[in-house]
Every structure is written in structure tokens, then in C-alpha cells.
Design a protein around this ligand. Structure first.
Ligand code: ARG
Length: 492
């Protein structure tokens, strides 16, 4: 039986202006939450039936509709997917039955719930990509980690490090991003359902039952907080932005390092582009776009903050404008993670370019100063000053650092004679790396242990993700089972 054409404007308002409906409608960007809205309706209806708020027979009809409802069934002009789904139920079942779907719930609690459900999936998907990226970083460390490279401060050669040291720095920073996402997942994984419009409801909705049927670990207690809050969106986008900042820095180094001036790395052809006019060009375009997308994600975050600022409690339609920015921020971050992973896994390192660039770069001057402190009893400041003098002499007279350093005993009576072999060892980048003793320093001896510990982290992250994903699948199945067993009850 078809219901009469009754919509949510009821008899309160005359027909809306068509372009006004188009303007206020979110239907154009509700697709990501459509299936969630159907599931929320299912869980809510189950709770209403269990509480005796809706007769079993009527509730069963609604459940049957929801179980086979396709998210895109609704056509026509709607304010949003929530209205569209309810309307298509009314069209199918009649308003006497489908009219119970919205008992004790509002689009306000429903949309907040749906966004949180979608957010969970996006976080899991993103972290799965990040996990692969982290694995690729460690693969680079395993493959090229021992290559000695210049370490920079102020973009000037500072001290030698290794590829491993540089890439583990990337890894660790990204690991903190993972932690942030895991933490925000916990905070966001609470259900607003049962908050209704803002005040809660006189209808007996078992909020905890609905929450658990939807895979949440609990409820957002205060009903106004439940419908008004989008801090989880700010938190998620700032975590995306933090990750993007890290990726943009890695991207920037790939771009710099693949320039002729550096020549340290070469981007694989698959991830480079040429020029329409200059036949020789090989441009590191994926890295460039990752660098740029960091700005776009910041734009999404900024938009959300600006929309939320000064918004009175509780629900305002302004909140609708937040959602597409959230998904866009995630989409940009997701793509960037995947492209960075591909670009990095296929990056070729050029060890000759690294060592050529370190020729005569004085980057072991600090080792020499430290050696003087140990061997002569000079204070560090005195040694620092003397080595500085030797560097200046080497630069001014255009002589090798080691040759200039040989004169050190002449500069201070406290410095014992320096034989060539010792000097060689102190000034050699690899030798200087081996002398590092501090935990977390660039000594190549630490590489193996560092990689092993981080591989364990990667595996731990992966099983945390599997657990979260498993929990969601379980809830999905339990919702289906509950709905089906209710239908079974009614049939008997
Ligand atoms: N389309 C809305 C959104 O995305 C759903 C809630 C609308 N609530 C309302 N009272 N108009 O936020």
C-alpha cells in the first residue's frame, strides 16, 4: 500500500521554494553516510520494538524495508538523505507504518551518529595506508640504510648521518600521527543516538543497546553535547593536517634531493612527469602535489574551525557545512599517503652523489673538536674555537681539512702530536658515525635494533587495526542477526 504523500514539513509550512530547498540540501554530499543512516534506523527501530514503543508487526515491516533498502532508492528533491530514506519508506509502507521510523529520534542525533560511523571507517582506511607507508620506510632503511649521507641543519651540511637515521626520523614522526588517530578513534567511537533533537526523548530508547548494535563502545552522555559537537571533526582534520605536514616535509626533501644540485635520489618514471615543451624534463610531480595537498587539508581544517566558531548550542544547520570538508580532508590525506608510499618505495638512491657532496664539507669538525677534548684536556669551547680556526684556514688557503688540521698542535701546546692515521679516522664520516654513543644517535650499529623494534610497532598497529575492523564487522553482523531474529519472532 502506498502512503499518502506526507513529508517532514507536515502541515506546518507551505511548499518550500525550489532553489531554497536546493540551497539547504545536503543530499549532494550525503552519499558517504547513506548506508549508515539505514543501519541507524534499523538499530533504533529494534530498540523501539524491544521497548514496546512500536508494535512488533509494524516494526517488522519497517525492518524488512530497511534490510533491503538501497542507499540510492530515494529520488526527488530532498533536504537530505535522512528525509529521503524516511520518505521512501513512507512511499513503500504507508505513513501508518513507516511513520514510526522517526519516533524518538531526530536528524540531529542521526547525522552526528552517521558521521561518526563513517569517520571510524575512514580512520581505519587511512591508518591501513599509513601502515604500508611505514613498512616502505623501513624497507628503504633495510635496503639503503647504511649509506652515509650529509645531515643538514639550516639546510647546510652539519654532521654525517645515514639514510637509516633520516628515514627512521620520518617513521617515528608518522608513528605519533598513528597514535593520534588511534586515540581520536576511541574518543569519537561513542553514539549520539537517543539524544533526539537535543533534549533526549520521552520515548523509551535504550541508548546503550543502539550504541552497541552500531559498534560504538558507549554513548555521548549529554544529549545537547551529542547533537552539537563536531570537535571530533576538528580533531580528525588536525590529525590529518599533522600527518600531511610530515608528508609535505618528506615530499619537499624528495623534490630537493632529486634536483641536479643534490642528485641524491631519482624518482621512478612512473611517478614523474615530463614537460610539454622541454623534452629533457623529469619532474617529481607526486611529491609536489603531496606538498600542495598539505595546504588543501589545512583549508578543510580551517573551514571547519571557522564554521564552528561562535556557534550557539545545540544543533544549527551550519553543522551540515562541516561534513563535506571532513571527507575532503580525509580523501586528500588518503591519496597523499598512498602516493607517498608509491613514490618512496620506488625511489632510487645515489650513494656516489651523497659521498661526493660530503667531500670537503667539514661535517666531521664536531668529531674533531670532541676528539681534542678527550685527547688534550681542552675544554669544549677551546677545542671548538681551534677547530673553527683550522676550518677557516682550510677555506682561505684552499687546502684539505686534514692538512689544515695537522697544524693543530702548533695552535695549542696542550694538543699532543696528531698522526695521520688518527686524524683520518676522526675526520672520516663513517668513523665519526661509529664514535656516536648516545641512544637514538646516528651510529649505524643501532640500525638493526631500531628497525626490528619498529617492525614490531608496524605489526602491532596492524593488529590494532584488525581488531577495530573486526569489532565493526561483528557489530554489523549482530545488527543483521537481531533484525532477522525479530522478523523470525513475528513470523511465528
Ligand atoms: N542534513 C543535516 C546535516 O547534515 C541533517 C540534520 C538536519 N537537521 C535539521 N534539523 N534540519 O547536518
Amino acid at each position: 500500500m502506498r502512503g499518502e504523500p506526507l513529508d517532514i514539513r507536515g502541515r506546518r509550512l507551505k511548499r518550500s521554494n525550489e532553489s531554497a530547498t536546493g540551497f539547504i540540501s545536503s543530499i549532494g554530499f550525503d552519499a558517504p553516510i547513506a548506508t549508515h543512516v539505514i543501519r541507524i534506523n534499523t538499530a533504533h527501530m529494534l530498540s523501539l520494538i524491544r521497548a514496546g514503543e512500536v508494535k512488533k508487526e509494524i516494526g517488522a515491516e519497517c525492518l524488512k524495508f530497511l534490510l533491503q533498502a538501497a542507499p540510492e532508492t530515494a529520488t526527488g528533491q530532498f533536504e537530505d538523505i535522512h528525509q529521503a530514506i524516511e520518505q521512501s519508506a513512507v512511499d513503500r509502507l504507508g505513513v501508518e507504518k513507516a511513520g514510526f521510523l522517526n519516533l524518538g529520534k531526530s536528524r540531529n542525533d542521526q547525522v552526528a551518529t552517521a558521521i561518526r560511523i563513517e569517520l571510524r571507517e575512514r580512520v581505519i582506511h587511512l591508518l591501513t595506508g599509513v601502515n604500508l607507508l611505514q613498512e616502505s620506510l623501513l624497507a628503504v632503511v633495510k635496503r639503503d640504510g647504511r649509506t652515509v649521507i650529509p645531515g643538514f641543519t639550516h639546510l647546510q651540511h652539519a654532521q654525517p648521518v645515514t639514510v637509516a637515521h633520516h628515514y627512521i626520523a620520518y617513521f617515528d614522526s608518522i608513528q605519533r600521527d598513528c597514535e593520534r588517530f588511534f586515540q581520536l578513534y576511541e574518543r569519537a567511537n561513542l553514539s549520539p543516538m537517543g539524544a533526539a533533537a537535543l533534549a533526549g526523548t520521552s520515548v523509551n530508547v535504550d541508548r546503550r543497546l543502539v550504541a552497541s548494535l552500531l559498534g560504538f563502545t558507549g554513548i555521548i552522555e549529554n544529549s545537547m553535547d551529542a547533537v552539537s559537537s563536531r570537535d571530533f571533526a576538528v580533531e580528525a582534520l588536525s590529525s590529518c593536517e599533522m600527518l600531511m605536514i610530515e608528508l609535505s616535509r618528506i615530499a619537499e626533501e624528495i623534490i630537493l634531493w632529486s634536483s641536479k644540485e643534490f642528485g641524491f635520489v631519482e624518482v621512478a618514471d612512473e611517478y614523474a612527469a615530463s614537460s610539454s615543451i622541454m623534452p629533457q624534463k623529469k619532474n617529481p610531480v607526486t611529491a609536489e602535489l603531496v606538498r600542495a595537498k598539505c595546504g588543501s587539508v589545512l583549508g578543510s581544517l580551517q573551514a571547519v574551525c571557522a564554521i564552528l566558531k561562535g556557534l550557539p548550542y545545540s544543533y544549527n544547520l551550519d553543522l551540515q557545512e562541516v561534513t563535506p570538508h571532513l571527507w575532503e580532508g580525509f580523501a586528500n590525506t588518503q591519496k597523499s599517503v598512498e602516493m607517498m608510499d608509491a613514490t618512496i618505495s620506488t625511489l632510487k638512491f645515489n650513494p656516489q652523489a651523497f659521498s661526493r657532496s660530503m667531500d670537503g664539507d667539514y661535517s666531521t669538525a664536531t668529531s674533531l673538536a670532541n676528539y681534542l677534548v678527550k685527547s688534550s684536556g681542552l675544554s669544549f669551547r677551546e677545542a671548538h674555537s681551534l677547530v673553527g680556526e683550522v676550518v677557516r684556514k682550510s677555506v682561505e688557503e684552499a687546502i684539505p681539512f686534514s692538512q689544515a688540521a695537522r697544524e693543530l698542535p702548533k695552535l695549542s701546546k696542550r694538543i699532543p702530536p696528531l698522526d695521520d692515521e688518527t686524524l683520518q679516522k676522526v675526520l672520516d664520516p663513517a668513523g665519526s658515525l661509529k664514535s656516536i654513543v648516545t641512544a637514538g644517535g646516528a651510529n649505524p650499529q643501532f640500525i638493526r635494533g631500531s628497525v626490528e623494534r619498529r617492525l614490531r610497532l608496524v605489526h602491532r598497529n596492524r593488529s590494532r587495526l584488525a581488531k577495530l575492523e573486526g569489532g565493526l564487522k561483528l557489530a554489523e553482523r549482530s545488527l543483521l542477526r537481531s533484525a532477522n531474529s525479530l522478523l523470525e519472532e513475528v513470523r511465528n
